[in-house]
Design a protein around this ligand. Sequence first.
Ligand SMILES: [Fe+2]
Length: 485
Amino acid sequence: MTRPFPKTPEFSGSLYRPARFEGSVFDLEVEGRVPEDIHGTFFQVAPDPQFPPMRGNDIFFNGDGAVHAFRFANGAVDFQRRYVMTDRLKAQRAERESLFGLYRNGYTNDPRADGVHMGTANTNVVQHNGRLLALKEDSPPYALDPVTLETHGLFDFDGQLTSPTFTAHPKFDPETGAMLCFGYEAKGEATPDIVYYEIDSQGRKQREIWLRGPYAAMIHDFAVTRNYIIFPLMPLTPDLDRIRKGGNHFEWQPGLEQVFGVLPRDGDGTDVRWFTAPNGFQGHTLNAFDDGRGRIFVDMPVTDGNIFYFFPQSDGHVPPPETLSSRMMRWTFDMNNPGNALSMAPITDFACEFPKCDPRYSGHEYRHGFVIGMDMTRPFDAERLGAPPFQFFNLLSHVDVATRRVKSWFADAQTCFQEPVFVPRSANAPEGEGWVIALANRLVDQTTDLVILDAQHMDEGPVAVVHLPVRLRMSLHGSWVPAAA
Ligand SMILES: [Fe+2]
């Protein structure tokens, strides 16, 4: 019998109380009209702990991965949700309790978890070569059946994966369908080794490049352009001694700069160049491209301090969230200049995250980005909701990175959004013409809706609101898979 979950912010409220269920709903209730040209599946994964944490509390990123599939056809939407049957979840279900301690720290596990793979498969879900891959950056992917969501198990690309880790943020070459991906801590826990892979659309590894960072650090997302690979090393570092003593895997380092490793895609890793910028927190990549003449542009949200309050610095300090400033930034690297030729300029003047571009333009010059944003000058129902929860985003926005023009939809004082996906109106539609789909959490009603907006007219609000009869917990990332795939 499962004990109650803790009453901490990590496990309570409409956004973070575990949802825990598996199931399906045929033909969801639609207000408005779902465009009939939306034909395919919106996959998404949420960390959703099956059992209360063994240590009394836990961080959001440590929950068991639960995959959502919203299947669109002919104006209708069907919904399905299943847990990824990880080795870890199976072991815990057998004991009907949590056996795993601190995030990415096997030294804090229950002895009954000895030898059980720790991957949670809770961060992103993508389809490649007919497999649905549930990803977590400290683990190989878990392979799932894209139709049934049945888990096949840990997947090492038929023996081609040479690292124990694999990013949750692979990129896809829109011309070839190749998956461009990497692992960090790639020769074991707290190692500074990084590996880059290119795996073609048929699942064959075409390139593998190894390099060593200046030190071990979290590399959560990265960027690939036509000619370059860019690794952002965040000032969050692992330490094997600390981990062995039962401490956090990551610690924020206020004295470290932001570091970027840039290497040519046709190089061998010895040709990596390291660039630095003042201490800050690199977020997710919106998109990146190079001009073919040695200038590289990487667009990502950047915050001037540690957002991850659960990975404090060594003295325990974490900055109060309201003291942090965050904007979408464009980093420009000049590979023709032998110095630290890195500059940064803001694209937005508001905090935003979970960015998505039109996937047909990934790695190429582009204009259109889609984000969830935070604007606390808008009304907020503090009377009924108290303080805004972690990852509270009350805007769904279109950012034109060429003109810096932003069009946002603010729903109301009780609603926040999860990561959007962009769906082109057709395979040949101009960039950014299509639909933005995202989950909206109605925090007072404790319900969740799927909203669909015209990507070029986001300020006009949704063309359809699809009601779920259940509440979904906050998720992390997902992707759109066209029916043709
Ligand atoms: Fe992420």
